[in-house]
Design a protein around this ligand. Structure first.
Ligand code: MGD
Ligand code: MGD
Ligand code: SF4
Ligand code: MO
Length: 767
């Protein structure tokens, strides 16, 4: 039988973005296979990429628009036509808009399909409608800490993986790289062959830890203290990089005691405040003041009186801040010997060191504190923007530079004003009718590219919140925890069933040609949005064909400069757009950063909470790295910080880790992968198990005041005592009873609203 082969890019949220071949026979995808890459190191495909065929033809694949026929979640459906679905949704949306305003329609998305025709194009619809965006609030602590400190470069927050090969030390810090980033780990393996030392900082003895030169078991939720203590040691032992501090960071900027802002020309009456000419001032050894261009050898330390302003250098403030975190004091909090902390600091500063920061620390209510603290360490030791030194692993996102001009497509001129609200705050806001001091009414919620009820924290709270919502619409490829709860389900096409393009690793644009027709009546998000947009009376704005859309998106100077256009891409299949001279370390190269000051900002003069819901915060404290214990996951009174209230009743921490066999809940019904890993299992340290009479294979109930889950248990001495670990990505039907997302809390820090999955105290008992 003849076989045709098209190309595609795998683009769940594992961040691998592997290009692949899609093999088709008689109108059916029969297999996927690896596609050669211009840079051989990037040729790759994994067990999930090889099983797309079983996702496309999965039993839980949605094929027709459905209307709920029973109670929400009951699983009773009536098949309807697309016309009926669109008519019902749009007429209700028009009614809500009339009665409650545009903001009463909300939408939320995340990890399903990052390509332009899915997430960005759907945003165009809701932006034009003036709808409320629900920020999914996954990973916000990670991104806030890194982006606020070193900015958002075209490569997002990291370097090309090849930079790992030049590292002497690789810090896998809160990162489960062998499972959650095995495509990155391949480079770490190579780097180790070349002599790099791997340091793993993790509460649990992970697979990566078993390969490490140094494993540092840390007490959960204390990483910011370790980073600040390492910085303390680096400063004390003069291991910091004065050149980077002076030229590439805010270290020499003079912070006014009065308002915490940097001293500028306007403070001396020499420029209009906030005008372009209002430059930040530096001081040299002779006491001369001037701009960064004028003062080439600024002082990094000192407190001065300048025309009535008492100022101190930002570096002195940082030094003062980490003063209390002596290795001895940090040892108590982090449960790591003081000598190990000193050793870690010396290695980090010696370099070249690459930080592979994971999302473990992100998943606590105090998560962002780690990323601010560790980025201060990175900057002060100058371990960024150089061969072998920088950020990598999950921080690497070369594909985000996708050469497309989409800002105006997503947000055409004239879009009404809209609110963005953070998911963990939504259930309570719906209950009270207020988001901060703003009124909030949501009558309809549209979820796509996200399995909200599988992946948000505190599922029971969400289920209750949904009772306030009259029309819940879900567009998804599969019948999952979320689509099951919808009032109307729209069947989305798998991406190999659509004509699209994506940037694969590292800088290869791939034409993802439609390999087969969408299954049943499924449609790509692009087509769904065009239908809904027209239904809302915006035929003009939603009349583009896919070809026209992509041609327009790639018709720009950035794309032209690298020889990329939609037509060329369709003709060639894939185009390697990165130039050979493109450096493999983009972030911080040449001492410049894409931040407002163009410098690494370990001091934040305009610090403010990400979600401004009127909560009070201490500006002086938050402007620099700081730490407080996690909200629930604080089981001891180490360092004099009293044990959390929740831990009085629930003395274990409930966490999860990514398994190799799925990306979040995607692939979770895939028969080949289920053969390898068939059910959720909670691992428990033998000491914790013994106390509760639990043995491997027992069925156990994990519970707290919010909910419970019943699963099989396995004893594992690799767990840190006190920590339970379950694989991430299972859904309601996979658990014996309950749901693991019923356990987690929606609480997060005032500064960054984030889903804190691991900041969760529980108890476990044999059933
Ligand atoms: N317990 C626990 N929960 C967690 C985490 C954890 O560590 N522990 N991690 C969290 C993190 S960091 C993240 S990023 C989130 C991810 O959370 P989600 O974004 O909810 O992740 P997925 O389960 O991958 O859901 C993506 C959905 O998009 C659908 N989809 C795929 N392609 C398309 C498409 O083209 N169109 C449409 N409309 N839909 C499509 C998929 O079928 C799938 O249902 O999970 C979070 N949840
Ligand atoms: N296979 C697979 N790969 C994925 C994904 C997936 O769903 N499946 N999801 C992708 C996404 S969206 C994300 S955000 C990333 C997540 O990437 P990772 O963060 O690497 O993934 P996790 O498996 O959640 O690993 C968290 C690690 O943090 C550790 N940890 C827990 N608490 C602490 C702590 O207090 N301190 C420290 N230092 N470590 C701690 C855990 O033991 C674990 O090793 O993975 C991406 N890659
Ligand atoms: S799941 Fe990730 S690593 Fe595997 S093929 Fe897809 S993009 Fe690559
Ligand atoms: Mo994530």
């Amino acid at each position: 039988m003849t076989e045709t082969v098209t190309y595609g890019v795998c683009r769940g949220d594992c961040l691998g973005h592997c290009p692949m071949r899609v093999h088709v026979r008689a109108g059916h995808v029969v297999k996927t296979s690896k596609l050669s890459h211009p840079i051989p190191e990037f040729e790759r495909i994994c067990q999930r990429g090889l099983t797309h065929v079983q996702r496309i033809y999965a039993a839980d694949r949605l094929q027709h628009p459905l209307r709920r026929a029973g109670k929400r979640g009951e699983g009773k459906w009536e098949q309807i036509t697309w016309e009926e679905a669109v008519e019902e949704i749009c007429s209700k949306w028009k009614d809500y808009r009339r009665e409650f305003g545009s903001g009463s329609i909300a939408f939320s998305d995340c990890a399903g399909n990052s390509a332009l025709d899915s997430r960005p194009y759907t945003k165009r619809l809701f932006n034009l409608m003036g709808a409320t965006r629900i920020d999914n609030s996954f990973d916000n602590s990670f991104f806030s800490g890194i982006l606020d400190t070193t900015g958002d470069s075209p490569w997002s927050v990291g370097d090309d993986e090849r930079n790992l090969l030049k590292a002497k030390y690789i810090f896998a810090w809160g990162s489960n790289l062998t499972e959650a980033g095995h495509v990155h780990y391949a480079f770490i393996n190579k780097a180790r062959d070349l002599g790099a030392k791997l340091i793993v900082i993790d509460p649990n003895y992970t697979i990566a830890a078993s390969k490490a030169d140094l494993f540092v078991p840390i007490r959960p939720g204390t990483d910011a203290v370790l980073a600040m203590s390492m910085l303390h040691v680096a400063i004390k032992e003069k291991l910091t990089d004065e050149e980077t501090l002076g030229r590439g960071t805010v270290a020499p900027f003079l912070v006014k005691e009065s308002d915490g802002k940097f001293l500028r020309l306007s403070d001396l009456g020499r420029a209009e405040p906030e005008s372009e000419a209002d430059a930040i001032l530096l001081r040299d050894r002779e006491g001369r003041l001037g701009t960064a261009e004028e003062i080439t050898a600024p002082v990094l330390r000192g407190t001065f009186e300048i025309q009535g302003h008492k100022v101190t250098t930002a570096y002195d403030l940082l030094t003062e801040r980490v003063q209390e975190w002596t290795p001895g004091r940090a040892a108590e909090i982090c449960d790591i010997p003081a000598e190990t902390i000193e050793r870690l600091a010396r290695m980090y500063a010696e370099g070249p060191t690459t930080l592979c920061g994971g999302y473990g620390p992100d998943h606590y209510a105090n998560g962002q504190q780690f990323y601010y603290a560790v980025m201060a360490l990175v900057l002060a030791t100058g371990q960024i923007g150089k061969p072998g030194a920088g950020l990598n692993g999950h921080a690497m996102s070369g594909f985000l530079e996708n050469y497309a001009d989409i800002d105006e497509l997503i947000e055409p001129p004239g879009c009404p004003e809209r609110m963005t609200i953070n998911a963990p705050l939504v259930p309570e806001a719906l209950e009270s009718g207020k988001y901060g001091d703003k009124p909030l009414v949501i009558k309809s919620l549209y979820v796509y590219d996200q399995n909200l009820l599988g992946n948000q924290t505190d599922r029971q709270l969400w289920l209750k919140a949904l009772e306030k919502i009259d029309l819940f619409v879900v567009a998804d490829v599969t019948m999952n925890d979320t689509s099951r709860y919808a009032d109307i389900v729209l069947p989305a096409a798998h991406y190999f069933e659509t004509d699209t393009y994506d940037m694969s690793y590292s800088g290869v644009a791939v034409y993802n040609a439609k390999a087969v027709e969408p299954l049943g009546e499924a449609k790509g998000d692009f087509e769904i949005v065009n239908l809904l947009g027209s239904g809302m009376g915006m035929e003009q704005e939603f009349s583009l064909t896919r070809d026209e859309f992509f041609r327009k998106a790639l018709d720009n100077d950035k794309a032209r400069a690298v020889g990329l256009s939609w037509d060329k891409l369709k003709e060639k299949g894939y185009i390697h757009v990165l130039k050979p001279e493109t450096p493999v370390y983009m972030h911080g190269a040449g001492y410049t950063f894409p931040t407002p000051t163009k410098r690494g900002e370990f001091y934040r003069e305009n610090v403010a909470p990400v979600a401004d819901v009127g909560k009070l915060f201490d500006k002086k404290r938050e402007a620099l790295p700081c730490w407080n214990p996690p909200y629930e996951a604080w089981l001891t009174s180490a360092g004099g910080f009293p044990r959390s209230e929740a831990a009085e009743k629930y003395p274990l921490i409930f966490t999860s880790k990514r398994p190799k066999f799925r990306v979040h809940t995607q692939y979770s019904s895939n028969p080949w992968l289920l053969e390898l890993w068939k059910e959720p299992v909670v691992t428990i340290h033998p000491l914790d198990a013994e106390k509760r009479g639990i043995k491997t294979g027992d069925t156990v109930k994990i519970f707290n005041d919010r909910g419970y889950v019943v699963v099989k248990a396995a004893l594992n001495p690799a767990n840190r005592p006190g920590v339970l670990v379950i694989d991430h990505g299972w859904q309601k039907d996979d658990f014996i009873e309950g749901h693991y997302s019923d356990l987690s809390s929606h609480k997060s820090d005032v500064m960054v609203t984030n889903n804190a999955f691991f900041d969760c105290a529980v108890e476990v008992a044999k059933r």
